[in-house]
Design a protein around this ligand. Structure first.
Ligand code: VTB
Length: 347
């Protein structure tokens, strides 16, 4: 792949855009692993805020060793409501004279599915997406309407069309019947009508308690048993999903739900001129270089959860890059101390 020269240098080397992905993918795996391990320690404690805090703190600390000039563009909220990983916060290793680190925009969700972790339910993950500056939409913390499917459904989805139209289109693109489809929907009262319409079309449904981000990734890969995600979830999760979909060539159409005066003003302040704009994955994550990293916290369809075993633990992560087209599953044994006589456990 042709490399484009980025404005920064790393040490004495010129940082090309392709080296950003190559150099940082491993670092970002470590960042989500640390967040994932910290959250997993709180699994099932029934304290969603405590779980989130553990993940946030560990992620914040892990960033301190990454040689970037990072800016959080999607995080835990505004500075006054979040002590760490707030929007606009600078993260990364402190630079030193003569070393300028690459500027990176970062969207984080240190614990996606706080309830899932707090209740020990499947599919909570620690996740982030990163790109060159400007490569991720600065979305407000509001709701977003979403339809997400795999690469076969490219340009076939229409957020304004009736549910049955989109289901027929998805079935057509996948060369199967509507009745064969599995659609994931967040189990929320606001989806009552959507669920009714999906059922009336004959498609099958998997209701999920939380976690439309990992559901979106599952819809974009083959063999995960889900063909599409439909409904309204968080906009920040939507942008991070879009970053993953860019790496997987998945399809997404989305629109912010801007339904109050206050939100309208907030959206405008964030530089979004048309609050009703329909976005696709490229609009939400337009970066030329994108890194997506996620670590399983509780056991899930895509990623195993963290397993502790006395001397250490084992994590399962996914790291994907857009420019260099890599999808890696990373299986790591973390040793907290020198392994005892039983040695490193491999399962
Ligand atoms: C979804 C879900 C997330 O937020 O985006 C949801 O995927 C939307 O908010 O895991 P509501 O809970 O208000 O419906 C999460 O649950 C994370 O907060």
């Amino acid at each position: 792949m042709a490399s484009v020269t980025a404005p920064n240098t790393v040490g004495s080397h010129v940082a090309t855009i392709s080296t950003i992905e190559r150099d940082l993918a491993g670092d970002f795996v470590r960042v989500v692993e640390e967040a994932g391990i910290a959250a997993a320690r709180t699994m099932g404690q029934g304290d969603r805020e405590g779980s989130d805090q553990a993940a946030v703190q560990a992620m914040r600390q892990a960033f301190e060793d990454v040689q970037i000039e990072g800016t959080i563009v999607i995080g835990e909220g505004e500075r006054d409501e979040a002590p760490m990983l707030y929007i606009g916060e600078k993260v990364g290793a402190p630079g030193h004279a003569g070393a300028q680190y690459p500027q990176i925009d970062i969207a984080v969700d240190p614990l996606e599915g706080t309830n899932l972790c707090a209740t020990g339910t499947a599919n909570s993950i620690a996740v982030l997406a990163a790109s060159e500056p400007g490569g991720l939409l600065h979305a407000p913390d509001c709701y977003m309407e979403k339809i997400i499917a795999g690469p076969a459904c490219r340009d076939a989805l229409d957020i304004d069309a009736p549910v049955k139209y989109n289901l027929k289109a998805i079935a057509h693109c996948l060369d199967r019947q509507v009745s064969d489809l599995v659609i994931m929907v967040l189990d929320r009262p606001r989806h009552e009508e959507l669920i009714k319409q999906i059922r009336a079309s004959g498609a099958r449904i998997r209701l999920i308690p939380d976690g439309d981000l990992s559901a979106g990734i599952a819809a974009a890969v083959r063999g995960a048993g889900v063909d599409a995600v439909m409904g309204t979830g968080g906009a920040p999760e939507g942008v991070i999903t879009a970053a993953a979909l860019r790496c997987l060539s998945g399809e997404m159409v989305a629109r912010l739900v801007v339904n109050t005066k206050e939100l309208e003003e907030r959206v405008e302040k964030m530089g979004i001129r048309d609050p009703k704009r329909v976005y696709n994955a490229r609009d939400l994550a337009p970066g030329k270089q994108i890194i997506f990293a996620a670590c399983g916290v509780t056991e899930g369809a895509l990623l195993h959860g963290v397993r502790f075993f006395g001397d250490g633990c084992r994590t399962h992560s996914l790291v994907m890059t857009y420019g260099s087209r890599k999808v890696r599953f990373v299986d790591t044994v973390h040793m907290f101390r020198e392994p005892g006589r039983r040695g490193v456990r491999l399962y």
